[in-house]
Design a protein around this ligand. Structure first.
Ligand code: ADP
Length: 257
């Protein structure tokens, strides 16, 4: 009985993983196809070049994802590193601007303290991209998305299951349609989506939930119909190790062949 339950849970986890990867891959294909489509519509060689560069960048990201997937199937671990979310977001603004489209204004608000989190960079970037695309989808092509990063010291139980301590916060706020309590209650369920077939997989937030919990963090959603939505990640602060002992390059972490 126990073993069957574990097997079912394992199958569910595999299903969520593959679905999640398909979801991310789809986002990247959207960048590629968008660039090609825009290039086709213009005769200006400079603009064509720019759109093709953008398509190329999307293809590069997709290639990086499949490389990571292959690495995963060889059971190589992800590469956690110390990341300051302010710098992470700053490095993503070009990609986000292009992905979100013209009607949407993106603002970024780095906090005073840029504490570090320990996470895989590509995974964390995908979390941000996912939240931004959700925010965009909640607006009829027009509105403002704000990305806020910060630092907070929490008491035990102040936010979900977080033990007392220092946390890095990363919030994506939109002034879109917001959610009814019925929708808000279900958003972390795998395959729950209110989007039309082909547009949503319902895996974005369940993946982000799993990612956050795996890192010892919590995720909070503040939303109301017509009032927009703020999704906030609380990730435990990582005290960076001395550069003399880099985490990623300990001997033996390289698989042979
Ligand atoms: P998907 O985006 O593929 O539907 P998600 O798990 O990311 O999957 O989101 C699940 C659902 O949560 C969405 O279909 C939508 O109804 C709701 N949702 C997520 N983000 C927002 C947001 N920023 N504003 C309003 N609704 C949202």
């Amino acid at each position: 009985q126990e073993a069957t339950l574990r097997q079912v849970q394992k199958m569910e986890a595999v299903g969520q993983l593959t679905g999640g990867i398909a979801h991310d891959f789809n986002n990247m294909l959207a960048v590629v196809l968008g660039g090609i489509e825009l290039a086709k519509r213009t005769d200006d060689p400079v603009a064509v070049r720019r759109h093709l560069d953008s398509a190329g960048e999307g293809a590069d990201r997709a290639a990086a994802l499949t490389r990571r997937l292959l690495a995963f199937s060889r059971e190589e671990a992800l590469k956690p590193e110390a990341i300051g979310p302010g710098a992470l977001i700053a490095g993503m603004t070009d990609l986000l601007d292009r992905t979100l489209g013209d009607g949407i204004t993106l603002t970024t608000h780095p906090g005073d303290r840029d504490w570090h989190v320990l996470a895989d960079r590509v995974q964390l970037e995908n979390v941000v991209l996912n939240l931004a695309v959700n925010a965009r989808d909640a607006m009829a092509g027009r509105g403002t998305i704000a990305i806020l990063t910060g630092a907070v010291t929490l008491d035990d139980g102040a936010i979900g299951q977080c033990p007392a301590g220092d946390y890095v916060t990363l919030a994506v706020r939109d002034d879109g349609c917001g959610m009814t309590p019925e929708v808000a209650e279900r958003v972390f369920e795998p395959f729950f989506t209110t989007k039309e077939a082909g547009k949503g997989t319902g895996l974005g937030l369940s993946q982000i939930f799993a990612f956050t919990r795996q890192h010892g963090g919590e995720i909070r959603i503040d939303t109301a119909p017509g009032q927009g939505t703020t999704v906030t990640l609380y990730m435990p602060r990582h005290h960076a190790v001395a550069p003399a002992a880099p985490l990623a390059e300990t001997p033996g972490s390289q698989a042979a062949g």
